[in-house]
Design a protein around this ligand. Structure first.
Ligand code: HAM
Length: 457
């Protein structure tokens, strides 16, 4: 049997790959307006970074990390030898820990400096059970803002995320934004203990997994999908009743800024998110229909203690990540179809084989000038060359024939109108040479600039 891609992974075939590029470009445009600059961090990091940053008790770290072990170290492990802690590596399950590690390592926010705003896009890896919208390798676009404590930054990143979703075409009415505050080191431990006591009081109604969670990380029980646990946790004490005055004030300010910006949201006191680094504001965007249980298309929050956790000085931070695959599913649920086929400005057809060398020369000149061009490479008849040009969506076809070539002319057919025109070959070549002298990425000519349909036959 032919080999298949590993379970839980997807190939991004050309149409989708182009769409992913469009996604990243839109993110760069939207987030660029807010001052975000790109950063790329490694796809694997020391396992310790995720353990310290995301939290040992989270599902992401305790169950879902792919370890990355070099051949040499694997041999050592198999032989029962130990390996150095810095050689214990894992594929990144998310981007925040790596970005914060880079910010600390390169001292990107020296004391007193303005906040640093970073964005990234790329694959993340989680060994979850694959299902619709849940993959083992998936693509995220994320932003992280380090060195900003003010509620305006919380509101700003939330607004930015919603702007991105609408820019990409997800209808506003098909999304809901959930917000909550997770409190801080002062108020959350008190709340956590309160939830633990509550869970012990309801032990008989909760599943074993939740009761195990009650020991290490009781807030995780809010995410349990078991209906009985969900009903119990619905009636659990609410974090908002336990926030300290400063957290209360911060949360109120974020909400009032969102109100002022006309952003609709629902306060969800059960929103705790699956990563342990969050403090204060957390948020998640879900699509209302079509994605089943994997309906979160993006989420994030504040993490004012994370820089210290990874060995840096106290630096507040916040950000979000959105899942490309789930956004695509949401778009498709809203009737969107992937734009198909690449662009083709010009197809060069040969009347007979003697024209192939001249056609090949013209093809290179046109490409150097910035046009997207193609010719036949399989010895097709003129008729099937036209069929191929049609299939490629060519705007115009240049037909090279011995008689025209001898007269220094070239026949051009406009594929939309089926009109034909004779153009002067030397003049066209001069124009192509002019455009190819321009720096790459300079002004690209339009097909009608180079091959006008002027003097009709
Ligand atoms: P997260 O909520 O774990 O947050 O992931 C963000 C988004 O990635 C989710 O809303 C979802 O769209 C997508 N996603 C997560 N897991 C999968 C999966 N297995 N398959 C497909 N898509 C998935 C974070 O990763 C945080 N780092 C966000 C953040 C940034 N918080 C602060 N800064």
């Amino acid at each position: 049997m032919a080999l298949q891609a590993p379970e839980g992974t997807r190939d991004l075939l050309p149409d989708e790959s182009r769409f992913w590029s469009h996604f990243k470009q839109t993110a760069a445009d939207v987030f660029g307006r807010y001052g975000y600059l790109p950063i790329e961090t490694p796809m694997f990091e020391q396992t310790e970074l995720f353990v310290r940053g995301i939290g040992e008790a989270t599902d992401v770290v305790s169950k879902e990390m792919f370890q990355a072990i070099s051949g040499e170290n694997m041999k050592k492990l198999l032989a029962g030898e130990s390996i150095k802690s810095k050689s214990r590596l894992s594929l990144r399950p998310e981007g925040t820990a790596g970005v914060v590690r880079a910010v600390v390592q390169h001292d990107l926010v020296p004391q007193g400096a303005p906040p640093v705003k970073l964005m990234y896009a790329g694959p993340m890896f989680r060994a979850e059970r694959p299902q619709k919208g849940r993959y083992r390798q998936f693509n995220q676009i994320g932003v992280e803002c380090l060195g900003a404590e003010d509620p305006t930054t919380d509101a700003e990143v939330i607004i930015m995320l919603m702007r991105f979703f609408t820019a990409i075409g997800i209808p506003e009415t098909s999304m809901r934004l959930l917000v909550n505050s997770m409190g801080c080191d002062e108020c959350r431990p008190i709340y956590r203990e309160r939830v633990r006591t509550y869970m012990e009081e309801h032990a008989s109604e909760l599943c074993d997994e939740c009761m195990r969670r009650a020991e290490i990380n009781p807030l995780r029980a809010f995410d349990c999908k078991n209906p009985s646990c969900s009903a119990v946790m619905d009636a659990a004490p609410k974090i908002t009743d336990y926030l300290c005055d400063e957290c209360k004030e911060h949360y109120a300010a974020v909400k009032s800024l969102l109100d002022g910006a006309g952003i609709e949201y629902t306060q969800d006191t059960r929103l705790v998110r699956g990563l342990d680094y969050y403090t204060r504001t957390v948020f998640e965007v879900q699509v209302i229909d079509g994605l089943g249980s994997q309906n979160a298309i993006g989420g994030g929050g504040r993490y004012d203690k994370l820089a210290e956790e990874v060995g840096g000085r106290a630096t507040s931070g916040l950000g979000f990540a959105l899942g490309y695959e789930r956004c695509l599913l949401a778009l498709q649920a809203a009737g969107f179809e992937l734009p198909s086929a690449g662009r083709c400005d010009l197809f060069i057809a040969c009347v007979d084989d003697s024209m192939r060398a001249a056609a090949f020369g013209l093809l290179q000149m046109a490409r150097d000038a910035g046009l997207v061009c193609e010719m036949d490479h399989q010895g097709r008849s003129l008729k099937s060359q036209f069929k191929l040009a049609d299939k490629l969506g060519a705007l115009r076809v240049a037909i090279l024939g011995p008689d025209e070539l001898a007269a220094g002319k070239l026949k051009i057919r406009d594929m939309a109108t089926r009109r034909e025109a004779l153009v002067d070959l030397e003049a066209a070549k001069k124009l192509l040479a002019h455009f190819s002298g321009l720096p790459f990425g300079g002004k690209v000519p339009k097909i009608e600039d180079v091959f006008p349909m002027g003097d009709e036959e």
